[in-house]
Design a protein around this ligand. Structure first.
Ligand code: NAG
Ligand code: NAG
Ligand code: NAG
Ligand code: NAG
Ligand code: NAG
Length: 479
């Protein structure tokens, strides 16, 4: 019996672990040591600039018979420390050394015991130098697919502290400043000291709250939603951390029910740039599927879209009615409208430095005359395999049609037998004068990457791998 239970549990474990790993990400990011150290450096730059003259909340407290207020505290000096981030299993270790800090504040205290009452006020200058802090940051994922952060170990050492009092009975207090400074040093230092406590709180409370509010989707092109929530916990190796995201495009306000899975992404091991982003075919194909299944991939082409009267049925020189006389005879003095419609979702595949989109569709022909009169007369089935060029600019992915070969043949005709060759000629003309510019306009709007507004790409390279585009880039933080 026990043996059976044992096998069942093993079986379940295998099943469950396979289950959690079966989904491939649609978007993968790799942030390298270079990237992390750059980010921390930027953060410290911002902090160093921001922190001086920053007011610190007043302190009011009572200890035994003494009640005191410390007010008007300000950081007067902060030298940017040296800082490194190293990767560890489950997270990061941030080590920053040689912080020098100066603080000015006012104090006021009252001592009351029996009939003895003493009170005084003045100001003080506090310095701390050679402060070294190391804190670990564990990065995980919550049930909503948002990143989480917490810290479990912190250490802090202080080379020296000093304090000097001014005003009031400062000369008396200054006699004890050595003692006070020593007390201060010991209260700041160590894993339970003031600094580690504050930092740990900053990470575990403020940081955690910020991350819990982080958006994990972005709306774009009015109707679409890119879901980039975490699929699994980030992974950490010695040179980089990787995050795995859903990378799925759904209808805005709809439910995502994409009927296909993401293909595996190539592993890759480069780590010389700061950031690597893998965009799976899946990302684009979910957008394609969503657009297709919401009836987005249909368009009526009329003579408004194609200048020059080519869609006229009656003309002197060149028009559809001349090229295919049957159309001219059956619908004189009319215009042809074409309803283009995808019959399957366009499918993007990236491979061997090429990106192509295969699409199947139908083109329905209507003759229109004036307002309201619409006569259907022909359906063509069409295949096209578009080769596109992809570029990355301003943190967006742009696409442009390189080749758009299309093949059509008659699927249904109300006007008898028609010549495929002529039809192909006309359709190609319509594709090059209307469809291709329209696609380029769409591709020119750019596909957004989930990047924070103040982060910009530099030295960006785009590589096309099997089933994915890889953006390898450095980043610059600009305020
Ligand atoms: C295109 O024209 C057909 C036929 O007149 C019409 O049924 C359809 O609603 C039109 N589609 C669009 C997107 O305008
Ligand atoms: C096409 O037909 C429209 C409407 O009948 C007419 O105004 C236009 O001049 C024609 N264009 C050509 C090039 O024949
Ligand atoms: C897209 O094309 C690839 C390669 O031709 C194929 O393996 C895949 O099944 C297609 N996907 C869809 C959703 O049609
Ligand atoms: C990839 O493309 C290159 C250059 O176009 C070509 O020489 C090579 O044979 C292709 N490889 C595969 C596997 O298709
Ligand atoms: C369209 O695609 C089908 C299936 O892939 C193929 O058999 C057919 O020859 C293609 N037709 C044209 C006109 O290219």
């Amino acid at each position: 019996m026990q043996r059976v239970t044992f096998f069942v549990s093993i079986f379940l474990i295998v099943l469950l672990t396979n289950g959690t790993h079966s989904k491939n990400p649609g978007l993968k990011s790799r942030i390298t040591s270079n990237g992390l150290n750059y980010a921390v450096n930027v953060a410290l730059d911002v902090l160093s600039k921001d922190i001086t003259n920053k007011a610190i909340p007043d302190q009011h407290d009572k200890s035994g018979s003494v009640s005191y207020d410390i007010t008007g505290m300000k950081i007067t000096k902060f030298t940017k420390p040296t800082s490194t981030v190293s990767l560890q299993p489950g997270g990061l270790m941030w080590r920053t050394s040689n912080i020098d800090i100066g603080l000015h504040g006012d104090f006021h205290y009252k001592y009351k015991k029996g009939i003895i009452r003493i009170s005084d006020h003045g100001s003080f200058d506090l310095t701390g130098s050679g402060i070294t802090i190391a804190i670990n940051l564990i990065i995980g994922m919550d049930s909503m697919g948002r990143p989480t952060i917490s810290s479990s170990t912190c250490s802090c050492s202080v080379r020296a502290t000093g304090i000097k009092f001014h005003g009031g009975r400062a000369w008396i207090y200054n006699l004890f400043r050595g003692k006070v400074a020593k007390k201060l040093k010991s209260s700041i230092e160590g894993e339970n000291g003031l600094l580690c406590k504050q930092l740990t709180k900053l990470v575990n409370v403020d940081g955690a709250r910020k991350l819990a509010q982080l958006p994990v989707s972005v709306k774009f092109a009015r109707k679409f939603l890119l879901d980039y929530s975490f699929l699994s916990k980030p992974a950490f190796s010695s040179g980089f951390m990787e995050t795995y995201h859903k990378g799925e495009v759904n209808w805005y306000g709809g439910h995502g029910n994409i009927p296909f899975d993401a293909p595996p992404l190539p592993a890759g091991s480069s780590s010389s740039k700061m950031l690597y982003l893998w965009l799976s075919d899946f990302l684009f194909n979910t957008m394609s599927y969503t657009a297709f299944s919401h009836g987005f991939l249909t368009y009526n082409v009329t003579d408004k879209n194609i200048p020059g009267g080519i869609l006229n049925t009656t003309c002197k020189n060149m028009c559809i009615g001349k090229l295919i006389p049957k159309i001219g005879q059956m619908f004189p003095n009319s215009q042809v409208m074409l309803n283009l419609r995808s019959s399957t979702m366009p499918n993007m595949t990236a491979f061997n430095a090429t990106t192509k989109v295969d699409a199947d569709g139908e083109i329905k022909f209507y003759a229109t005359k004036g307002k309201g009169k619409v006569d259907y007369f022909l359906t063509l089935s069409a295949n096209m395999s578009t080769t596109i060029s992809i570029t990355v600019k301003n943190e967006k992915v742009f696409a442009r049609v390189l080749k758009l070969p299309i093949n059509v043949h008659v699927k249904d005709s109300k006007i008898g037998h028609l010549n495929d060759f002529m039809l192909n000629f006309i359709v190609k003309k319509i594709i090059t004068t209307f469809v291709e510019p329209k696609l380029n306009e769409l591709g020119g709007n750019g596909f957004p990457l989930p990047i924070i507004g103040s982060v910009h790409f530099a030295n960006t390279e785009l590589l096309i791998h099997q089933n994915s585009l890889l953006i390898a880039t450095d980043v610059k933080y600009l305020q």
